[in-house]
Design a protein around this ligand. Sequence first.
Ligand code: ADP
Ligand code: GLC
Length: 477
Amino acid sequence: MTVHVLSVASEAYPLIKTGGLADVVGALPAALAPHDVRLTTMLPGYPAVMTALEKSQVLHRYKDLLGVEARLVVGAAGGLEIIALDAPALFTREGGPYSGPDGKDWPDNGLRFAALGRAAADVARATDLLHAHDWQAAMAAAYLRFGKEAATPSVVTIHNIAFPGYFPAQIFPALGLPPEAFTIEGVEYFGGVGFLKAGLQAADAITTVSPTYAEEIREPEFGMGLEGLITARRERVFGIVNGIDTAIWNPASDQNLAAVYDARTLRARSENRRAVEAAFGLTESDGPLFCVVSRLTEQKGMDILAAVTDALVAMGGRLAVLGSGDAKLEAAFTAAAARHPGRIGVHIGYDEALSHLLQGGADAIVIPSRFEPCGLTQLYGLRYGCVPVAARTGGLADTIVDANEAALASGVATGFLFDGVTEDGLSHALQRAITAFGHRERWRSLQKQGMKADFSWGRSGQRYAELYKRLLAPSAE
Ligand code: ADP
Ligand code: GLC
């Protein structure tokens, strides 16, 4: 029998994306379909979602959803089966999903995503299971738990525990929850309301996006104040590594590339490298071309990379940076490009097509994250023969095989991992990559090995399906 799951999130590729969450939410329905699981994706009715909806029908009208008028609209968009929460007072705005054109968070984000959770709980009652992603959707599990009817089972997935969805206690009365919900066992979190915490406390199962991160978040360094909860509920915490959409990320058919290629035609990458050089104003050289496709934040270790740009150039490397984020880091990379014309090029902004070209044309991708729940850019890099140079943390540690002597000798290495996000650690890893790049055979072997690895959704899709089915088995509770 087909299991029907409501997957709730604040982003889904190709409709609305600020990061990896969107890629994963957009890919899950196809990943689960072979396992007899039908996933309907519920999103806020942002303008980008409402205009993309086809064959839409109104499922329900709310006169008063936490104080606003709203409709649930079902339809198809971007290849997904969608339920949109059309609440113009909350979601019909210019700007991003979480912040306005000025870059500041919307002041009513608490109410916006509580409303999403409240409505999602209503919809989930008509399905077999709720699957909520990150703090923006996590309240759905709490509303189910504190609802009057028997609750639908729920899974909450942590894509990044560093975003807790914390709001001061004054928000509580507006949430429409019973007073008994405001306890440490409920939604209360450091004196206010923690949306992620509320969901994690309520969920029947918690997943996160790699096995290593599932372990790491039991520690204060990574758990961000939720390590106690994660440890207490550890028997319900599962690490399932993300897959990638191998139709969208396929170097043999990618329309964003100047030249398509596969593991046997790696030479064709040089045409893409030239396109990257042209796009970033770089001059040719024998050394490797490193790239960055990232939010420019401290989580991603971008401050450390910015600090070693002079060293990277001195070692014979070049760098193309595509990203946006902290103003200070944007300025640091722009200044590095000005210091090293032809060697460092920077594109501040978000550009999906250019991100594909970089993976297809750069020699290596640098990912010095302080923590990384899963990370997708290393997976795209591996598939594109763009060798990852990354910190040994979270999903990076789970998906990259470091090019140590043993791994090189047996031909299983796929990239370079380093411990501790420091300038020395990163410089050393970059030097290792530059040296390996000088040995053509060795570099080809790294590329080919990465391209051979299977990061499709196959196994992980099956693991989600097994988890859903376990929660639905009569003996589950
Ligand atoms: P996170 O979600 O923490 O930002 P991930 O590695 O999981 O990190 O996912 C990032 C996603 O966003 C990838 O699909 C990556 O290609 C994309 N991305 C990040 N920055 C940019 C950018 N400036 N332009 C285009 N795509 C970007
Ligand atoms: C978050 C994490 C990233 C992960 C993505 C998708 O944005 O920071 O590591 O790959 O979610 O799960």
